[in-house]
Design a binder for this molecule. Structure first.
Ligand code: KIV
Ligand code: ZN
Length: 407
């Protein structure tokens, strides 16, 4: 029986900013490392560093680079302007609040960009409306419409964010979205600003909008999930399964508080699950290198157990796992390390390693051991390993010296 894949088509803005028809199984990657990511305390980048990172993001294949928040400082304005000049393929985006001057300044900073996008918006949850804006639901919609229309007077591509959409009532959110589409928004960003939603809840929110907002099929729905409960990746994936076609994310998942959705995670989830029939344009073999580059420039180290790009992501230290990986890598690895730019899996020798791992490593540095020889070497290895956390090649040479008269 045939398994028929259903591909639908929608109108999108192409590289020349004219509309064309595109298969809707492409998920656009919107990188906000230089805006939301840079909001991490103590991680300020200078313009030169931002340009290096922007160039790399463009080569990596991201679809949109959020280059900064132009009105926030002259430095940010300059970075957005310079990034707009050098980026060849991606759209370049600047953030604004729903304030006229923010939008005017962003438009000015983006004037030289080949494919500019203005990202404007306002808080829509009752908490934001009551405490932050001391306003009403109706007035918030009016401000949103005015902002989108004003942004539209400068650029064709306008993304609207409904801040704290994760905690916004779905009926009201649907009304907000419908009004923003009428005002001219091309992308609707549904941020889970506080990282509150559960994956099924976030997915249902996107589905609700897909089913209840007039005109929704003519715009792109975007997921912007924060990681306060460690659910940012799961929520973004749930969003695209339910119809969103853009994910906002950062390299290494950096960002305010517990961070943003991690770019490398969502991209690899979609790549490792072809059954989802969703693709991105990311050159995944550049992921590891890009992660290191951002980490070095920002001075934030990557936690060793970080999925995809952590130093332990492809390292095996327990005897049972090492034995499996030596026999066949796929027993304990679902990703080929080369696919993300890591040369090979690592077999780390510790007191929990077995004979198979020791023999494998010894052979790599020139010692071919018989079964009986391995027994003797292994005994000495355990003595070493109890004293040291990790056994390196130098230690193996030393062990061989110690046991050479016994074998
Ligand atoms: O988390 C958020 O809501 C944001 C918006 C400004 C897009 O970063
Ligand atoms: Zn955010």
């Amino acid at each position: 029986m045939f398994n028929r894949k259903i591909t639908t088509f929608k109108k999108i803005l192409d590289t020349k900013n004219t509309y064309k028809t595109m298969a809707t199984n492409k998920v656009e990657i919107f990188d906000t490392t230089l805006r939301d990511g840079e909001q991490v305390p103590g991680c300020k980048l200078n313009t030169e560093q931002k340009l290096i990172i922007a160039e790399r993001l463009d080569t990596l294949g991201v679809d949109i680079i959020e280059a900064g928040f132009p009105v926030s400082s002259p430095g940010d304005f300059n970075s957005v302007e310079q990034i707009g000049k050098i980026v060849k393929n991606a759209r370049v985006c600047g953030l604004t609040r729903a304030i006229e001057n923010d939008i005017k300044v962003a438009a000015e900073a983006l004037k030289v960009a080949k494919r500019p996008r203005i990202h404007t918006g306002i808080g829509t949850s009752d908490s934001h409306i009551t405490y932050k804006f001391k306003s009403t639901r109706e007035k918030i919609i009016e401000r949103g419409i005015a902002a989108v229309k004003y942004a539209k007077s400068f650029v064709e591509d306008v993304e609207f964010y409904a801040e704290d959409a994760g905690r916004t009532d779905n009926d009201y959110l649907a009304r907000v979205c419908e009004e923003m589409i009428k005002a001219g928004a091309t992308v609707l960003n549904i941020p889970d600003t506080t990282g509150y939603c559960l994956p099924n809840e976030y997915g249902e929110k996107i589905k609700y909008l897909k089913e209840n907002v007039k005109g929704i099929d003519n715009v792109t729905i975007s997921c912007h999930c924060h990681n306060d409960l460690g659910l940012a990746t799961a929520n973004s994936i749930s969003g695209v399964i339910n119809g969103a076609r853009q994910i906002e994310c950062t390299i290494n998942g950096i960002g305010e508080r517990a961070g943003n959705t991690s770019l490398e995670e969502v991209v690899m989830v979609l790549k490792q699950h072809p059954d989802l029939n969703l693709i991105t344009g990311i050159q995944t073999q550049l992921l590891y290198d890009t992660s290191q580059m951002v980490s070095d420039n920002m001075g934030i180290y990557v936690q060793p157990n970080k999925a995809i790009v952590g130093s332990n992501a492809f390292a095996h230290s327990s005897g049972i796992h090492q034995d499996g990986v030596i026999k066949n890598r796929e027993t304990y690895e679902i990703i080929d390390p080369k696919d993300v730019g890591v040369t090979e899996s690592a077999i780390v020798l510790t007191a929990r390693s077995g004979r198979a791992a020791l023999a494998f490593r010894a052979k790599k540095i020139g010692y071919e051991l018989t079964k009986l020889e391995l027994d003797v070497v292994y005994k000495e290895f355990l003595n070493f390993a109890d004293r040291k956390k990790e056994i390196g090649d130098d230690d193996i040479h030393q062990i061989m010296e110690v046991v050479k008269n016994k074998i």
